[in-house]
Design a protein around this ligand. Structure first.
Ligand code: NDP
Length: 329
C-alpha cells in the first residue's frame, strides 16, 4: 500500500522533493482499531507549518514517517464494536491508502452527503468559517464583512454565511480574475477584487465606501494593514491565518497602522478551530441544512491519486484550488 512520507524539511517554498512516495505493508488493526481504505483526503495550508520543526499548536511531521491529516474512507475490517465493515468514516490518518485507526479517533459520516463534504463545508474548514465569523468576529446582522482568501475553502464559506445571516455588504479578495468573477456570480458576494491587480488598500476602499465592520483574515500582511485602515469604529477582526507568510524565510513587516486599534476601538481575536468543540453541534445544525437545501455552495477542486497529493498540497499554497482542495486517494 502507498503512503506519503516527509523526506526533508523545506526552507521557503516546499517542493515535491520534500516528499517521498513509499510502499508499506497494509497495517494490521490492533485491539479496538479499525482498518480503513482511504477514499479522499485533505491537503491544508496548516500542513506547511507541520513540515517545519518549529514548535507550534500541532506537532511537526517527522522525517521518514508518513504525514497525516483529515481523511474519509471505508472500514474494511473492524476490531471495534462501534464500527462495521462498509461504513464511511472520518479520521485523521490521511496521506496513505490504508490506515489502522483507533475507533475513538473515527466518526461515521452521513451517507446522504458526498464524503468529501466532511473534509470541507461540514468539516474542519466549514467549522473554521463558522466559528471565526460568528464567535470570534461576533458577526451581527447589518455588518459589512471583508474576507481574504475568499475563493478558498474557508473564505468562500465565510462570505456566504455572512450573506445568509444578513450582512449589509460582503467583499472578498482572491488571486485571479476567474476567482473574482466566481465570488460575485456564484457565491453571492457584493464586491470582489484581485489582490494582484493593485494595492489592497486602494481596492478595498473602493469596494467598501462605507468602511468594514468585520475582517476575516486568512492572509495577513498587506491585507491586514488594508483592513485595519478601512475598519469602522468598534470593528472586529478574526485572525484565522496568514498564508502570505507561510513560506517566508524571515520575519515580515507588521501592519504600520496599529494605533488605529486605539482610535477606532478595534478588536482582533486569533483562534484555532480545534479549541471550539463546544460549538460543533451549533455549527452542524446551522450549516448542514444549508448544504442539504443547496443554499450554501461548496466548491471542491479534486486531484486524483495519492501520488499526486504532494503536488495538490503545493497547489493550495500557489492558489490552484477553488474551494476545498481534495485528493481522491
Ligand atoms: P484555501 O482553500 O483558502 O487555500 C489557500 C488559498 O490561499 C489559495 O487558494 C490562494 O488563493 C491563497 N493564497 C496563497 N498565497 C497567497 C498570498 N500570498 N496572498 C493571498 N492569498 C494567498 O485554504 P483554507 O481555506 O484551508 O485556509 C484558509 C486560511 O485559513 C489559511 O490561512 C489557513 O492557514 C487558515 N486556517 C486556519 C484555521 C484555524 O483554526 N485558525 C483552520 C483552517 C484554516 P488565491 O488564488 O486567492 O491567492
Amino acid at each position: 500500500a502507498l503512503e506519503v512520507r516527509l523526506a526533508s524539511r523545506p526552507a521557503g517554498w516546499p517542493t515535491t522533493d520534500n516528499f517521498e512516495i513509499a510502499e508499506a505493508p497494509v497495517p494490521e488493526p490492533g485491539p479496538g482499531q479499525i482498518l480503513v481504505r482511504n477514499k479522499a483526503m485533505s491537503v491544508d495550508p496548516y500542513m506547511r507549518g507541520r513540515m517545519s520543526a518549529a514548535k507550534s499548536y500541532v506537532a511537526p511531521f517527522e522525517i521518514g514517517k508518513p504525514l497525516d491529516g483529515g481523511a474519509v474512507g471505508e472500514v474494511v475490517s473492524s476490531n471495534s464494536d462501534d464500527f462495521s465493515t462498509g461504513q464511511q468514516v472520518l479520521h485523521a490518518l490521511g496521506w496513505r491508502e490504508y490506515a489502522a485507526v483507533d475507533a475513538s479517533q473515527a466518526t461515521t459520516v452521513a451517507d446522504d452527503l458526498p464524503s468529501s463534504a466532511f473534509l470541507g463545508v461540514l468539516g474542519m474548514p466549514g467549522m473554521t468559517a463558522y466559528v471565526g465569523l460568528m464567535d470570534k468576529a461576533r458577526f451581527q446582522q447589518g455588518d459589512t464583512v471583508f474576507v481574504s482568501g475568499a475563493a478558498g475553502a474557508v473564505g468562500s464559506l465565510v462570505g456566504q454565511l455572512a450573506k445568509l445571516n444578513g450582512a449589509e455588504r460582503v467583499i472578498g479578495s482572491a488571486g485571479s480574475a476567474e476567482k473574482v468573477r466566481l465570488l460575485t456570480e456564484r457565491f453571492g458576494f457584493d464586491a470582489a477584487f484581485n489582490y494582484k491587480d493593485a494595492p489592497v488598500g486602494e481596492q478595498l476602499r473602493e469596494a467598501a465606501p462605507n468602511g468594514i465592520d468585520v475582517y476575516f483574515d486568512n492572509v495577513g500582511g498587506d491585507h491586514l494593514e488594508a483592513a485595519i485602515g478601512t475598519m469602522n469604529d468598534f470593528g472586529r477582526i478574526a485572525a484565522c491565518g496568514a498564508i502570505s507568510q507561510y513560506n517566508a524565510t524571515e520575519a515580515q513587516p507588521g501592519p504600520r497602522n496599529m494605533f488605529q486599534f486605539v482610535t477606532k476601538r478595534l478588536s482582533m481575536q486569533g483562534f484555532i478551530v480545534n479549541d471550539n468543540g463546544h460549538l460543533k453541534r451549533e455549527f452542524f445544525e446551522h450549516v448542514a441544512p444549508l448544504v442539504r437545501e443547496g443554499r450554501l455552495i461548496h466548491e471542491e477542486t479534486f486531484v486524483d491519486g495519492l501520488r499526486n497529493a504532494p503536488e495538490a498540497f503545493l497547489g493550495v499554497l500557489r492558489g490552484d484550488n477553488t474551494g476545498k482542495m481534495i485528493v481522491n486517494v
